[in-house]
Design a protein around this ligand. Structure first.
Ligand code: GRG
Length: 306
C-alpha cells in the first residue's frame, strides 16, 4: 500500500476552520433557543455545554463526505451540528466524577465543575433528544424525504448507543485497572470513539443520497480513521501537556487504563494509526471516490498536536 505523503495540514486546517465557524454559529443558535425553552440554571448549563469550542473534526468529516458524494447545499452544516451535539453530551457525561472524573475540557471547566454533578448529568440526558431535533431540522432544510430522516437517525443513534459510543464507554469503565489486550482495546476504541466518527462519514454520504459502493467506502474509511483517532488520542494523552490539549493530560495512566501506547509504545501506536489512515484512504480510492479533503483529514487525525 502506498505511504501517505507528508501531512496536508493546510487543507485539513482550512476545512476544520470552516467547520468551527459554522458549528459555533449553529450551536450558538440552538443554545439560545434551549436557554429560553429550558430556562434557569439547566438552560444556562445546556448553553455552556453546547457552546464549548471543540476542534470540530466530526463536523469536518460530515462536510467532506457530503461534498465527496456531490452534495452542494449549505444546509449540511445542520447535519454536522447534530453529530457535534451527540459528541458534546458524551463529553459532559465522560467528565463526570462517576466516569473519567475530570475538571478541564476544551480549555474550560467541565460542566459539573462549572455547575454541579446533578445539573451536568441532566444536561447530558437533555441533549439526547436535542440531537434528534437538530437532525430533523437538517433533513428538512436539505429537502430530503422522511425515509432519509429515518435512515440518518438510525445511523446517528445506533452509533451513539449500545453498539457504539455507550457500549464502548461501558467497556472502557469495566476495563479500568485491568489488563486489556489489543483485541479488547480495539473494541473499546471502536465503540467509544470510532462509531460516531464512522457515522459522521456515513451521514455526509446519506445527506447527498449516496448508496451502495460509495456509501460502504465512506463507512469503511470512517471505521478506520475512527480507530486511528482514538489511538492518536492515546498518544497525545501520554505525550502532550494539559495546556496544549485543553483537557487533563496523563489521564489514562492516572486511571490505569490500557492504551495503545502501553501496548505498542508511542512510536508503535503512531505507526499503527498511520497504517489505519492509509488503509482508510485506500478504501475511498478503491470505490472511485475522489476525496482529497477526506485524505487530508485522515492525515490530520494521525499527525494532529491536540
Ligand atoms: C449521555 C446517553 C449518554 C451517553 C454518554 C460518556 C459516554 C456516553 C461516552 C463517552 C464517549 C467519549 C467521550 C469518548 C472519547 C472520545 C474522544 C476521543 C473525545 C475527544 O474528541 P476530540 O479530540 O475533542 O475531537 P474536541 O474537544 O476537539 O471535540
Amino acid at each position: 500500500m502506498a505511504e501517505l505523503e507528508a501531512p496536508a495540514v493546510a487543507d485539513a486546517e482550512a476545512l476544520l476552520a470552516e467547520a468551527r465557524t459554522r458549528m459555533d454559529a449553529r450551536l450558538a443558535d440552538w443554545a439560545e433557543r434551549l436557554r429560553r425553552e429550558v430556562g434557569g440554571r439547566d438552560g444556562e448549563a445546556i448553553a455552556y455545554a453546547l457552546m464549548s469550542p471543540g476542534k470540530r473534526v466530526r463536523a469536518a468529516l460530515v462536510l467532506a463526505a457530503y461534498r465527496a458524494c456531490g452534495g452542494t447545499s449549505e444546509a449540511i452544516g445542520e447535519v454536522a451540528a447534530a453529530v457535534e451535539t451527540v459528541h458534546a453530551y458524551s463529553l459532559v457525561h465522560d467528565d463526570l466524577p462517576c466516569m473519567d472524573d475530570d475538571d478541564l475540557r476544551r480549555g474550560r471547566k467541565t460542566v459539573h465543575v462549572a455547575y454541579d454533578v446533578v445539573t451536568a448529568t441532566r444536561v447530558g440526558y437533555l441533549l439526547v433528544p436535542v440531537a434528534a431535533r437538530v437532525l430533523a431540522s437538517a433533513v428538512s432544510a436539505l429537502g430530503l424525504e422522511a425515509s432519509a430522516l429515518g435512515r440518518m437517525a438510525v445511523t446517528l443513534f445506533e452509533a451513539g448507543g449500545m453498539q457504539g459510543m455507550v457500549g464502548g464507554q461501558w467497556l472502557d469503565l469495566e476495563a479500568e485497572q485491568k489488563a486489556v489486550d489489543l483485541h479488547g482495546l480495539m473494541a473499546v476504541h471502536r465503540g467509544k470513539t470510532g462509531a460516531l466518527i464512522r457515522a459522521s462519514c456515513a451521514l455526509g454520504g446519506l445527506a447527498a443520497r449516496a448508496e451502495g459502493e460509495p456509501l460502504a467506502a465512506l463507512e469503511a474509511y470512517g471505521d478506520e480513521i475512527g480507530l486511528a483517532f482514538q489511538i492518536a488520542d492515546d498518544v497525545l494523552d501520554a505525550t502532550q501537556t494539559s495546556d496544549v490539549l485543553g483537557k487533563t493530560a496523563g489521564r489514562d495512566a492516572a486511571l490505569q487504563k490500557s492504551t495503545y501506547v502501553q501496548h505498542l509504545g508511542v512510536e508503535g501506536a503512531t505507526r499503527e494509526a498511520g497504517h489505519l489512515a492509509e488503509s482508510a484512504v485506500a478504501r475511498l480510492e478503491a470505490a472511485g471516490l475522489s476525496a482529497p479533503a477526506l485524505g487530508a483529514l485522515a492525515r490530520y487525525i494521525v499527525h494532529r498536536r491536540h
